[in-house]
Design a protein around this ligand. Structure first.
Ligand code: KG4
Ligand code: ZN
Length: 357
C-alpha cells in the first residue's frame, strides 16, 4: 500500500451533485485537493421542496462534468487514484444510482478499489478531515434529511443515541419558511426573519420534550406553525413567528442535547468530552450559540466543521472511503443503492403513525 491514500468521492444522495478528491496527510487528517458541489436549488425552487424526478435528471446531466472538474482541479492523474468512493444510501434511489453507477464505472474501468459509503458515515467522519479528533465523540447531525445524536466510536462503529421520530430539523425549517411565503431552501431565510421578530410573541409546543430520551419530534410544532400562519396579520407577525419557532427549536435542542450528553457519558470509556455539530442547519448562528453555551456549561468541547463540510459534499465521501479502505472495507461493484440504511443497525426504526415512545 502507498503511504498516502488519494480517493475520488462522489455524492448524489439528494439534491447536490458533488465530486471531490481528498488525500491523506501524514498527521492523519486529510487534504482536500478539490471539492466541487453543484446545488439544484434553482431546479426545485418553484416547487418549494425536492422533486425526485427533477433531482435525478439534474444529476444525470451534471455528473460527468462535475467529476471531470474535480479531477482536473485536484491535479491528480486519474491513474494515480487509490480508490473511488460513492454514496450508496440513504437517500432518493433515483438520485443515488446516478453517482453510485458513475463511481462503479470509473472504478471498474480503471481497475481500482471501490468503496460504497453511507452518507451518514460521511457526515459523521467529516469533522476529522481537517482536525484531529479522538474517538469517541458525540455527534449531533442536523440536516434537511436527518436529525440524529450519534456516539462515534470509530470508523464503522456508531451507536445511535437518538433520532427524530418524524421530520428532520432542516425539513421543519423549510416547511416553516414555506408557510411564511419564503423561498426554498428556507432555513437561512427563517433565520433572517427571526432576527427581526419577538421570540416570545407566540407560544409553540415542544413535542416529547420530557420523554423519549434524546429522540426528537417536530411534527406537532409544524402543525402549530401552520395554524398560526393562517391568521398572520402583517409582515411583522411573520418575523415574530420565525423568531418564536427558532427559539422553540433552540429550547428543544438544548434539553435533548443535555440528555444525549448524559447518555454519552454513561459509557465509562467516554472520558474525552467532544461534541461535534454537523449538517446544513448547523450553520444557523443562533443554534450554534445555543449549543456552544450548553457545551460550556457541561464541559464539552464544541466542534463545528466548516460550513462547506457541514452541508452535503463529496469530500466527506472521499474521506470516509479512505477511512473504510484502511480497515479493509472494500465493496464489489454489485453493491446496491439503499433508500434506508441506518448507521447503527441495532437501533430501532422510529418512524410512522401511532408510534409510542
Ligand atoms: O446538510 P444539508 O446541506 O443537506 C442535507 O443533507 O439535507 O442541509 C440542508 C438543510 C435545509 O433544510 C436548509 O434549510 C437547512 O439545512 N439550513 C438551515 C440554515 N442553513 C441551511 N436551517 C436553519 N438555519 C440556517 N441558517
Ligand atoms: Zn447530508
Amino acid at each position: 500500500m502507498k503511504e498516502k491514500l488519494t480517493f475520488l468521492g462522489i455524492e448524489t444522495s439528494c439534491d447536490e451533485t458533488a465530486a471531490a478528491v481528498v488525500r491523506e496527510k501524514n498527521d492523519g487528517t486529510g487534504e482536500i485537493l478539490s471539492n466541487i458541489v453543484s446545488s439544484q436549488v434553482e431546479e426545485h425552487k418553484e416547487f418549494g421542496g425536492i422533486v425526485p424526478e427533477l433531482a435525478a435528471r439534474a444529476h444525470v446531466e451534471k455528473i460527468e462534468f462535475i467529476v471531470q472538474q474535480a479531477i482536473k482541479k485536484s491535479n491528480v492523474d486519474i491513474n494515480n487514484l487509490d480508490g473511488i468512493a460513492a454514496t450508496a444510501g440513504p437517500g432518493l434511489i433515483v438520485s443515488l444510482i446516478v453517482g453510485l453507477n458513475t463511481g462503479k464505472a470509473i472504478a471498474g474501468s480503471l481497475g481500482k478499489p471501490f468503496v460504497a459509503v453511507n452518507h451518514l458515515e460521511g457526515h459523521a467522519l467529516s469533522p476529522t478531515i481537517n482536525k484531529k479528533i479522538e474517538f469517541p465523540y458525540l455527534l449531533l447531525l442536523i440536516s434537511g434529511g436527518h436529525t440524529q445524536f450519534l456516539e462515534v466510536n470509530g470508523v464503522n462503529k456508531y451507536k445511535r443515541l437518538g433520532t427524530t421520530i418524524d421530520d428532520a430539523l432542516g425539513e421543519a425549517f423549510d416547511k416553516t419558511a414555506r408557510l411564511l411565503g419564503l423561498e426554498f431552501p428556507g432555513g437561512p431565510k427563517v433565520e433572517e426573519y427571526a432576527k427581526k421578530g419577538n421570540e416570545n410573541f407566540f407560544t409553540l409546543p415542544k413535542p416529547i420534550l420530557n420523554r423519549g430520551g434524546c429522540n426528537l419530534s417536530f411534527a406537532g410544532l409544524k402543525t402549530a406553525v401552520l395554524k398560526i400562519s393562517k391568521k398572520l396579520k402583517n409582515e411583522k407577525e411573520k418575523y415574530h413567528l420565525a423568531a418564536s419557532f427558532q427559539k422553540t427549536i433552540n429550547e428543544i435542542l438544548y434539553e435533548k442535547t443535555k440528555v444525549a450528553m448524559s447518555e454519552f457519558l454513561k459509557n465509562k470509556k467516554n472520558k474525552k468530552k467532544t461534541f461535534v455539530i454537523a449538517g446544513g442547519v448547523a450553520s444557523n448562528l443562533s443554534i450554534r450559540n445555543n449549543l456552544i453555551e450548553l457545551a460550556k456549561e457541561k464541559d464539552f468541547i464544541p466542534v463545528f466543521p466548516p460550513v462547506n463540510l457541514c452541508s452535503d459534499n463529496a469530500a466527506m465521501i472521499a474521506w470516509a472511503g479512505i477511512e473504510r479502505f484502511k480497515i479493509n472495507a472494500i465493496d464489489n461493484l454489485e453493491f446496491p443503492s439503499k433508500a434506508r440504511w441506518p448507521l447503527d443497525s441495532s437501533a430501532p426504526f422510529l418512524k410512522g403513525p401511532g408510534l409510542k415512545i
